[in-house]
Design a protein around this ligand. Structure first.
Ligand SMILES: *[C@@H]1O[C@H](CO)[C@@H](O)[C@H](O)[C@H]1NC(C)=O
Ligand SMILES: *[C@@H]1O[C@H](CO)[C@@H](O)[C@H](O)[C@H]1NC(C)=O
Length: 148
């Protein structure tokens, strides 16, 4: 009984350690990071960890077939859903995350300003009509908020 409890405790500690290490640290200003996602309601990838001494602009977009939507969490607090997408059985398609983000209709996207300091960003799929797909996220120094 004791050894089983000890084994269980060790396992729990191991999992906790893995949880702590699970985030992908991002380097700010390196362009779009693509991610794959699954069915609606599932969490997306490992999440991202960002730490900057100045505010950071976070941009996220669906690309490939339009129709998907995400919920964005900053430090576990929901920032709400990305914009409402158009679903048209993949007629609206691009392989370029930048084109998707800057398109006025079609792909779901959003941007947020992260205050200076460490943050953990996690994503959840809200709509996923194909059950899987591709999105992209990027982090940039927010030059608009900095003195020139
Ligand atoms: C974030 O960066 C600051 C300044 O470089 C550093 O002091 C702090 O320890 C970092 N925090 C985390 C959680 O990495
Ligand atoms: C996000 O979208 C889902 C699905 O449409 C909806 O159920 C949920 O209420 C939305 N969340 C917010 C914060 O608007």
């Amino acid at each position: 009984m004791f050894w089983r409890a000890l084994l269980l405790l060790t396992l729990v500690k191991l999992i906790a350690a893995q949880e702590a290490e699970r985030f992908e640290s991002v380097i700010i200003g390196l362009g779009w990071n693509t991610f794959a996602f699954g069915p609606a309601g599932s969490s997306v990838g490992d999440g991202y960890r960002v730490n900057s001494t100045t505010p950071v602009l976070l941009r996220i977009t669906d690309f490939s077939c339009s129709g998907d939507q995400f919920e964005v969490f900053v430090d576990k607090v929901s920032q709400g859903n990305t914009s409402v997408p158009i679903f048209d059985n993949c007629l609206t398609y691009t392989a370029d995350p930048n084109a998707a983000f800057f398109s006025t209709v079609g792909w779901s996207r959003a941007y947020y300003i992260l205050p200076a300091g460490p943050h953990e960003i996690t994503l959840k799929t809200v709509l996923s009509p194909f059950g899987e797909g591709l999105g992209a996220i990027r982090f940039d120094y927010n030059t608009y908020l900095q003195p020139t």
